[in-house]
Design a protein around this ligand. Structure first.
Ligand code: HMG
Ligand code: MG
Length: 307
């Protein structure tokens, strides 16, 4: 079995860090991730710098990365909230964009200042234009397992909105546990419904590890046949408009667990740990990844020896 990992640390991670990294350091991080085998990399966001100042400079970053030899085998992407964001993304020639909607009204209003229906109407135009330019499109859906403002979220609403994102033209839907509340039983239930509606190729899980359940949720997804996950190097991250949302599950932790289980990711564990150490020195704080802190186990390989 093989798992597809989309590295979102440069966007979802850095957007919620107090320290704003200069563009050249972000580019250096992207290069290190590419060298560690990352093949799907979300580099930045074309959102308002008044709303998310950490993502300013995304155009510069993408222009430097798109077409550069070190990213030849990497599918680069950027977050886009509206037509203006798409215009700016297209100027960088990035081949893939990501739109982001919410399963709840309150988060939609807080995050992008419009209702769910208004956002779908807006994204419909954005996706049509993107497809005309032969861009591929990911659709994020937030607050799928519970909302910071509205509490429980109906599974039927999540499935319906995810299906609408596909109808709109998204080739993949990333199902967000934005505030890290999901549990494996819930993931099994909702994941099975999503798989039936979207199929495995279009289903990606996006777990934040706020309450320590992200790896268990990945395992529950994997048991269902979901093989595409988002993660952030070192567990950077959160969402500036979701109170108490902390980092995405750490890439190193996901890769360690999967590779030990014999599930291939094609990511290089040693290089991920080196990147983690380098990044800690740039962020001036200890980052949450457990494998990053502990390192690889002495006398044990990353791949478990057969019994
Ligand atoms: P608005 O205020 O409703 O829009 O913001 P507006 O059209 O009235 O524009 C207001 C100002 O923003 C204007 O500038 C526009 O020019 C400017 P001013 O006249 O005040 O100087 N503007 C822009 N600037 C740069 N790029 C643009 C752009 N559009 C307008 N594309 C808007 C609407 C969507 C722009 C705003 O709400 C916004 O930027 N929100 C960003 C939200 C965000 O980035 N959230 C984090 C990402 S989502 C997430 O993390 C969840 C996810 O990880 C999945 C999960 O975990 O669940 C994806
Ligand atoms: Mg997120």
């Amino acid at each position: 079995m093989k798992v597809r990992i989309t590295e979102v640390g440069l966007r979802d991670g850095l957007q919620n860090e107090k320290l704003v990294l200069p563009t050249e350091v972000r580019l250096d991080l992207a290069r290190r991730l590419a060298q560690a085998g990352v093949r799907r990399l979300e580099l930045g966001a074309f959102v308002s710098p008044k709303w998310v100042p950490q993502m300013a400079g995304s155009a510069e970053l993408l222009k430097a990365a798109v077409g550069a030899p070190e990213f030849r085998d990497v599918q680069l992407s950027a977050l886009v909230p509206n037509d203006r964001g798409l215009d700016e993304a297209m100027q960088t020639r990035v081949p893939r964009i990501a739109i982001f909607a919410s399963a709840t009204e309150s988060f939609s209003l807080k995050n992008i200042n419009c209702s769910v229906e208004e956002s779908f109407a807006r994204y419909d135009d954005v996706v049509k234009r993107a497809k005309k330019q032969k861009l591929s499109v990911r659709g994020y859906l937030s607050m799928c397992f519970g909302c910071a403002f509205e509490g429980e979220v109906k599974e039927s609403v999540v499935v319906k909105l995810a299906a609408r994102l596909v109808e709109m033209g998204c080739d993949e839907v990333s199902i967000g546990d934005t505030i890290g509340v999901a549990d494996p039983k819930q993931v099994r239930r909702l994941g099975a419904k999503l798989l039936r509606e979207l199929g495995p190729r279009r289903t990606t899980m996006h777990f934040h590890d706020t309450r320590g359940t992200a790896l268990a949720n990945i395992l529950a997804s994997l048991d269902l046949g979901i093989t595409s996950f988002d993660s952030s190097i070192a567990g950077l991250g959160g969402c500036p408009y979701a109170p108490s949302a902390t980092g995405n599950v750490a890439t190193e932790d996901v890769v360690y667990m999967l590779e030990r289980m014999g599930v291939k990711t094609d990511l290089h564990m040693g290089r991920l740990i080196e990147t983690n150490r380098w990044l800690q020195s740039k962020m001036n704080r200890e980052l949450p990844s457990k494998v990053g802190r502990a390192g690889l186990p002495q006398r044990l390989g990353i791949v478990r020896a057969p019994n």
